[in-house]
Design a binder for this molecule. Structure first.
Ligand SMILES: NC(=O)c1ccc[n+]([C@@H]2O[C@H](COP(=O)([O-])OP(=O)(O)OC[C@H]3O[C@@H](n4cnc5c(N)ncnc54)[C@H](OP(=O)(O)O)[C@@H]3O)[C@@H](O)[C@H]2O)c1
Length: 327
């Protein structure tokens, strides 16, 4: 197969379109012929070597978590899928497998979900990491409930676009931060209070919108952009940070400060083990119209380096996908 391979970590130039052995599914795994790979900030961080703490890099290495395509082969014991099924997945890359910037990728069966009718491959490839991270940070780890006030810091990116909509769907009152260029976008997603961080003081806006303090805060940008986040949350509320690997500050000190104020402090990294059930719920929300897909920016697989240069600037709106094949 062809893939974007890396022989070393580094800048976008280390990504090279080349031939490499097609993977073979082991027991419990599904081999997927990829139509689209989804792009996440984790990909450029991975390319630069920042994920070394999670697992060793073995070269040649293929990066990329998200994929959508058709089932090409089944490992022993897989019963929930058949060859030809349209599926999407965060793949086995998070567990050390080769990634999705390739014509074929492997995923354990419990990380694969069917693409419902009405959703195309590009749309499905945009979902896994961003939507799962948002869901887990809001509900599984954040315990957000109807009627609560929730601020999503970084509402216009891949993660934030899902988070603001999930929070609203759950019945929360939602505020979100973004730059001036994204104010209309977040308003269109139904955000009650859009805070333009370039023009407004976030603390003053929150004080005005939720005078007793927020019930829930998600930081999806980084601690340096919201250094006084804890002050925005009421005692008994919840403050979730999505670890960035680049701007996480002193996590033990942040946890201690939150404990002193009686705030539940959560650092929520995506967990994709057994994520099929959540992916199915998220896809169902798209079909029912409770969730709209953020705008997609599309590149060819061969142009992954260019996609990285854009997303690495940190002001992406919505999601970015790589077209791998016409399926
Ligand atoms: N640990 C995990 O499991 C995990 C999982 C997923 C994502 N993440 C991390 O979460 C972060 C967000 O991911 P993503 O997919 O949403 O990234 P993304 O699609 O690149 O979006 C980044 C967003 O941040 C916004 N932003 C930049 N500076 C800001 C500021 N000062 N205040 C408010 N918003 C600001 C940008 O909006 P404007 O252009 O409007 O500024 C942009 O929309 C990344 O660091 C990613 O690595 C971690």
């Amino acid at each position: 197969m062809y893939a974007m391979i890396m022989e070393a970590t580094g800048g976008p130039e280390v990504l090279r379109y080349a031939e490499i052995a097609t993977p073979v599914p082991q027991p419990g795994e599904v081999l997927i012929k990829v139509a689209y790979a989804g792009v996440n900030p984790a990909d450029w961080k991975n390319r630069q070597g920042l994920l070394a703490g999670f697992r060793p890099y073995v070269f040649p290495c293929i990066i990329g978590f998200d994929a959508a395509g058709v089932v090409a082969a089944l490992g022993e014991g897989v019963t929930g899928f058949a060859v030809g099924d349209r599926v999407f997945t965060p793949s086995n890359h998070g567990q050390g497998g080769q990634g999705s910037y390739a014509e074929y990728v492997l995923a354990s069966e419990d990380r694969v979900a069917p693409i419902p009718a009405g959703l195309d491959f590009a749309q499905a490839a945009a979902l896994p990491v961003a939507a799962l991270t948002a869901w887990q940070g809001l509900f599984d780890r954040g315990g957000l409930t109807a009627g609560q006030t929730a601020l999503i810091h970084g509402g216009a990116g891949g993660l934030g676009s899902f988070a603001v909509q999930f929070a609203r769907w759950a019945g929360a009152r939602v505020a979100a931060t973004c730059s001036t260029a994204n104010v209309d976008y977040l308003t269109s997603l139904g955000v009650e209070r859009v805070i333009d961080y370039r023009r407004e003081d976030i603390a003053a806006a929150v004080q005005d919108w939720a005078p007793g303090g927020l019930d829930y805060l998600m930081d999806a940008v980084g601690v340096s952009t919201l250094p006084d986040g804890l002050d925005l949350v009421r005692a008994g509320g919840t403050f979730v940070s999505i670890p960035t690997l680049t701007d996480d500050g002193d996590i033990p000190a942040a946890a201690a400060a939150a404990a002193g104020k009686g705030v539940e402090r959560v650092f929520s990294t995506m967990d994709d083990v057994g994520c099929s059930a959540t992916l199915r719920k998220i896809a169902a929300l798209l079909v029912s119209g409770d969730l709209v897909l953020p705008p997609l920016r599309e590149f060819a697989l061969r142009d992954a380096a260019e996609a990285h240069r854009v997303i690495q600037q940190g002001h992406n709106r919505g999601k970015t996908v790589l077209k791998v094949a016409d399926l």
